[in-house]
Unconditional design. Structure first.
Length: 118
């Protein structure tokens, strides 16, 4: 059974930091990423990382957020610094895997709330 379990969300003041973790089990993922969804808005990509370490970031988080992964632990992290109120959202972890025919399957975690407020 494929599972992605996020942790590390919470309440933080503007300018503060949080580190999110996503522990995966049941599969090896070629690409893992973090997405976020604020109330009334669509779910958007925050950052992604491939199995060989190539990263991609949304413009709004470049220079503030860092994505990393530990392949041995099948875990992806999101270090979030200089947090702003507009970073408030539910953050979701996603893992992408491909079968022998290169068909892609996406798996999602349950989400973790990040609230940036004074």
């Amino acid at each position: 059974q494929v599972q992605l379990v996020e942790s590390g969300g919470g309440l933080v003041q503007p300018g503060g930091s949080l580190r999110l973790s996503c522990a995966a089990s049941g599969s090896i993922f070629s690409t893992m990423g973090w997405y976020r969804q604020a109330p009334g808005k669509q779910r958007d990509l925050v950052a992604s990382i491939t199995s060989d370490g190539n990263t991609n970031y949304a413009d709004s988080v470049k220079g503030r957020f860092t994505i990393s992964r530990d392949n041995a632990k099948n875990t992806v992290y999101l270090q979030m610094n200089s947090l702003k109120a507009e970073d408030t959202a539910v953050y979701y972890c996603k893992g992408e895997r491909r079968d022998a025919w290169f068909r892609r399957y996406d798996h999602w975690g349950q989400g973790t709330q990040v609230t940036v407020s004074s």
